[in-house]
Design a protein around this ligand. Structure first.
Ligand SMILES: Nc1ncnc2c1ncn2[C@@H]1O[C@H](COP(=O)(O)OP(=O)(O)OP(=O)(O)O)[C@@H](O)[C@H]1O
Ligand SMILES: [Mg+2]
Length: 235
């Protein structure tokens, strides 16, 4: 479904990502793990089109999307939830969600159905549909940005550290949401610093260090590799 080959990301003289190969099969949930500065967000933002690759290729099914504009990539079926959890604070939850359907803006009926489906799937958002997004808790805002990305009706969803800065009980809720999405057959690539959290839902994982993939395996293999946490994730 998603195939990344020999990807390189540069910021001027800094090579933040080099030689990265990642593949995600249809319906799979794959984690990209690593410590601060390992290059996880750079990899994700490059796949999403926000940063141009210095080298390498990205394919979504058979379509080459490497170096395409972010809007074109979303239209190809890949949506991204970045790290920053940006909502439109003065707009309601429902209005924020509708903005996520920008690329389908002429399909009013389809958007209405998709909005209803998402509100059914995530009742906490339904309860707050008419509340201003700026008044939501951090965890609820995280749920909102995930649901908003799904309004683009992606076949692949990229998530950048959805647990960042949230209390453990809230992280659990976000991960329940991700697990629910997995049962719908959505293909996901999930960036996390927290290895145990990500491995609780992931099928497979890649571990990044200093811009490179250092290790890859099934969630069970990574869990049983006792040194990985200490070596690459700082504990
Ligand atoms: N816009 C930028 N300009 C210059 N250097 C950057 C930029 N963005 C990231 N970097 C550098 O690239 C490297 C990888 O950063 P990146 O944000 O991809 O790491 P990360 O694995 O997502 O880390 P974190 O877990 O802290 O989010 C770091 O050394 C960082 O300083
Ligand atoms: Mg990051």
């Amino acid at each position: 479904m998603l195939q990344v080959n020999d990807l390189e990301v540069r910021y001027g003289a800094i090579r933040a990502v080099r030689g990265v190969d990642i593949s995600v099969a249809k319906g799979e949930l794959v984690a990209l793990l690593g410590a601060n500065g390992a290059g996880k967000s750079s990899t994700l933002m490059c796949i999403a089109g926000a940063v141009k690759p210095a080298a390498g290729s990205v394919h979504l099914e058979t379509v080459a999307i490497g170096g395409s504009s972010p809007e074109r990539i979303v239209r190809s079926g890949l949506a991204t939830v970045p790290e920053n959890r940006d909502v439109f604070p003065d707009l309601t939850v429902a209005e924020n969600l509708r903005l996520g359907a920008y690329i389908h803006r002429r399909d009013i009926q389809g958007n209405k159905q998709n909005l209803e489906r998402l509100l059914d799937l995530f009742p906490r958002l339904a309860e707050r549909a008419h509340q201003a997004a700026g008044t939501l808790s951090g965890g609820e805002q995280q749920m909102l940005v995930i649901a908003r990305a799904l309004m683009a009706r992606p076949s692949v969803l990229l998530l950048d550290e959805p647990s960042l800065g949230l209390a453990p009980a809230i992280v659990e809720r976000i991960y329940e949401m991700i697990a629910t999405l997995k049962t719908t057959g959505l293909t996901m690539l999930l960036v996390e610093q927290s290895m145990s959290t990500a491995l609780s839902v992931a099928d497979r994982a890649y571990v990044m260090r200093l811009g490179k993939i250092e290790f890859t395996g099934t969630a069970a293999e990574i869990r049983s590799h006792t040194n990985l946490g200490a070596m690459y994730l700082g504990g």
